[in-house]
Write a protein that binds this ligand. Structure first.
Ligand code: KG4
Ligand code: ZN
Length: 338
């Protein structure tokens, strides 16, 4: 079964054709980084306009790269939640129009579910159940993936997401958007013990995260240094800060895996591209003898292939939508609206 996956939840307009949830026949991503860089972050209105301008060409290229046509694919899967509402609506309405004109089934895909599915592309042998740490610009979750379409949230952030926390510190350091990526690159050779950051804990929950205090600590440190005329060593600062964020992510994932009895650990979401997080998770899993699955770097960020992959499994479990499908800015991963 060939699924066309369409993604427009944030700042990438993306489409792909994926066979049986695992084999990527094409993957086209039009990024808007250049448009948002001058503002230091994503401007929702600009994102929606750019999606509108790009979506037809992106889908057409995805089909032609795969050697397919609208007549030869079997379903249209689209990200419908969560994300920027105006951005999501572009993909959802495009997919609805396509479904109406071709008669193809319309499959609604939750954005975080699709991030998890990026691992099915990279690891053909990976099957649920497993424990997944999903970390993106807007979410930080520890999730039990019970089946391809059943999820249970064990822990989540009470405030900022890990990606947001990296982006804001990077911006205060003067690095370009997308901050997390640039902070990662700038800190590769840094000393992670040079700057001291707090270790935030959430009262009453050993699996939840809180990153807003860490973000504030970083911003205060940067501003205080500027006031005193002291220079921040970006490599050391970045390494120490990323170390502080990722140790929370790894510690809570470790506790959840031990207490819920998982030995298959999966990483997903844009922040799963982070080199320190990947290395730390690797070390943790080796220590416990757990198997670790991470998406190939090109599938860590938003893309259409992961939507096509998850769309296949949603379709198999009967999750298709009518033309009354709407986009939703927020929706928990364990909910499904058709
Ligand atoms: O999943 P994603 O592409 O979009 C959302 O669904 O939010 O994640 C984007 C987030 C941004 O905060 C970006 O800075 C972060 O992922 N990110 C990284 C890296 N690559 C992307 N953060 C740290 N290190 C990276 N290498
Ligand atoms: Zn994402």
């Amino acid at each position: 079964m060939k699924v066309l996956g369409i993604e427009s939840s944030c700042d990438e307009t993306a489409a792909a054709v994926v066979e049986n949830g695992r084999k990527v026949l094409s993957n086209v991503v039009a990024t808007q980084i250049k448009e948002h860089i001058v503002y230091g972050g994503v401007v929702p209105e600009i994102a929606s306009r750019m999606h509108t301008q790009a979506i037809c060409a992106v889908v057409e290229k995805a089909l032609s790269d795969a050697g397919e046509t609208f007549g030869s694919i079997d379903a249209v899967a689209v990200t419908y939640a969560p994300g920027l509402i105006g951005a999501l609506l572009v993909g959802v309405n495009y997919a609805k129009g396509l479904s109406m004109s071709t008669g193809l089934p319309l499959v609604p895909v939750h954005h975080l579910r699709s991030h998890i599915a990026s691992n099915y592309i990279t690891h053909p042998d990976l099957e649920p159940p497993f424990l997944c740490l999903v970390v993106s610009g807007g979410h930080s979750h520890i999730v039990e993936v019970k089946s391809y379409t059943e999820f249970s949230i064990i822990g989540a952030t009470c405030d900022d997401a890990a990606g947001e926390c990296m982006d804001k510190a990077a911006r205060a350091l003067g690095l370009d958007y997308p901050g997390g990526v640039n902070l990662d690159k700038a800190s590769l050779s840094g000393d992670p013990s040079k700057y001291i950051f707090p270790y935030p804990k959430v009262d009453g929950s050993e699996y939840d995260f809180s990153f807003s205090g860490l973000k504030t600590a970083a911003v205060n440190l940067i501003h205080n240094s500027a006031q005193k005329g002291e220079k921040i060593d970006i490599a050391d600062f970045g390494a120490s800060y990323i170390n502080a964020v990722t140790r929370c992510l790894c510690d809570n994932t470790e506790k959840a895996a031990v207490n819920f009895g998982y030995d298959k650990i999966v990483l997903a979401g844009g922040v799963s591209a982070n080199s320190r997080l990947r290395a730390k998770m690797q070390g943790l899993c080796e220590e416990h003898g757990w198997r670790l699955f991470m998406p190939e770097l090109k599938y860590c960020g938003d893309n259409g292939a992961m939507v096509g992959a998850q769309g296949y499994y949603e379709y198999l479990s009967g999750n298709t939508a009518s033309l009354s499908l709407n986009a939703c800015a927020t929706m928990p991963i364990d909910e499904q609206r058709n």
